[in-house]
Design a protein around this ligand. Structure first.
Ligand code: ABN
Length: 172
């Protein structure tokens, strides 16, 4: 047992010699910042916006442009086009790149990070056009503008409609 204690003591002392408190705090800070920013990275979130489950029916809220989670959307609501607010209509593919917004849910008083994926591969749906654009900036700030066809990265680049997928709670 004593030898085990000695091994741990030795390795702890050697680690303490190699790292300062400041560098430890800096690494911890980097780790926390990285974890907080992870949901905002332009990573493939298509898994969250796949085809609707068999028999899935959109609610009246999902078909209304006034629904809180559509606060930053620009496009046709997939819930009116054969899909739901979170799933693309059958025969379309989800765009892997998206526009991200933050919407306030009056139901629980919290802000949520929402991803607006486009559904691609069919001509424009044409129903329930919804253009709310909260947080959008003019075209000269491309990454902050949502008037973009996110199907451009798909093999079928025709735009059909948009879904809105909640990614998480926005920390204040
Ligand atoms: N993201 C919706 C969209 C698609 C095509 C053109 C403008 C906006």
């Amino acid at each position: 047992m004593q030898s085990l204690d000695r091994v741990f003591e030795k390795s702890a002392r050697s680690l303490a010699k190699r790292t300062s408190r400041r560098s430890l705090l800096a690494s911890l800070g980097q780790l926390l910042t990285g974890a907080a920013l992870l949901p905002l990275l332009p990573i493939d979130r298509t898994a969250r916006a796949q085809s609707p489950a068999a028999g899935a029916k959109p609610t009246a809220d999902e078909q209304s442009c006034a629904y809180w989670k559509y606060c930053a959307i620009d496009g046709f609501l997939c819930a009116c086009c054969g899909g739901t607010s979170t799933s693309c209509p059958p025969g379309t593919q989800t765009s892997p790149i998206t526009w991200i917004g933050t919407c306030h849910n009056p139901g629980d008083g919290r802000d949520y990070i929402v991803s607006y994926n486009d559904c691609c591969g069919k001509v424009s749906c044409g129903d329930c056009f919804c253009n709310r654009n909260e947080g959008e900036k003019p075209m000269y700030r491309l990454s902050r503008n949502n008037d973009v066809n996110w199907c451009m990265a798909n093999t079928e680049s025709n735009y059909h409609c948009s879904v809105s997928v909640i990614l998480g709670v926005a920390e204040k």
